[in-house]
Design a protein around this ligand. Sequence first.
Ligand SMILES: Cc1cc2nc3c(=O)[nH]c(=O)nc-3n(C[C@H](O)[C@H](O)[C@H](O)COP(=O)(O)O)c2cc1C
Length: 194
Amino acid sequence: MLEDLVQKNRSYRRFHEDVPVGVATLRELIDLARLSASARNMQPLRYILCTDRDTNAAIFSTLAWAGYLKDWPGPVEGERPAAYVVVLADTTNVIHNYVGVDHGLAMQNILLGAVERGLGGCIIGSIQRDRLRKTLAIPERYEILVVVALGAPKETVVVDEVGLDGDIKYWRDTAGVHHVPKRSLDDLIIAELK
Ligand SMILES: Cc1cc2nc3c(=O)[nH]c(=O)nc-3n(C[C@H](O)[C@H](O)[C@H](O)COP(=O)(O)O)c2cc1C
């Protein structure tokens, strides 16, 4: 079950934009994030949820998509995310500016929860942060960490094994299938101490 969800939890970048993701669903996903581990249990993460069409468009304009796909500027209208979660750190709620890996854990819970609900998403770290801050009137005390784009996926993503050339760049075939090369298990485990 978990293995299946993890396998299906790929980065999706094309969506059925007309399939709504309700605020209630986003709240359920944040409730999963809420329960993730947190360094010193400081729980510094805060979230802005957006399902509003116009605001979605404004958020979209601050994001960069799939850097390796040089000829693809990102999803066209109609294939854009139906919802966004902006992940913030409350800088008044961290010690020595240390958020650690809190947002990684939280996002994984959010995305696994999305996949379980037939949705999917993509973590976006390449953000014009100043523009996004202005657009959403985010107070300075909140650091913008990442944006999670969500929706009903409209693309097939498959996992391949990294080839002999060692190339880890994802790519899209002529049928539009998105391929993600992953390193093999044996390439990752550098020691097994028994
Ligand atoms: C911290 C982080 C930042 C990312 N930023 C972007 C981004 O700005 N734009 C994008 O299209 N994908 C982004 N991704 C998605 C990665 O490209 C994706 O995880 C990778 O290609 C592997 O694909 P997979 O998620 O299907 O395993 C990001 C992923 C992570 C974890």
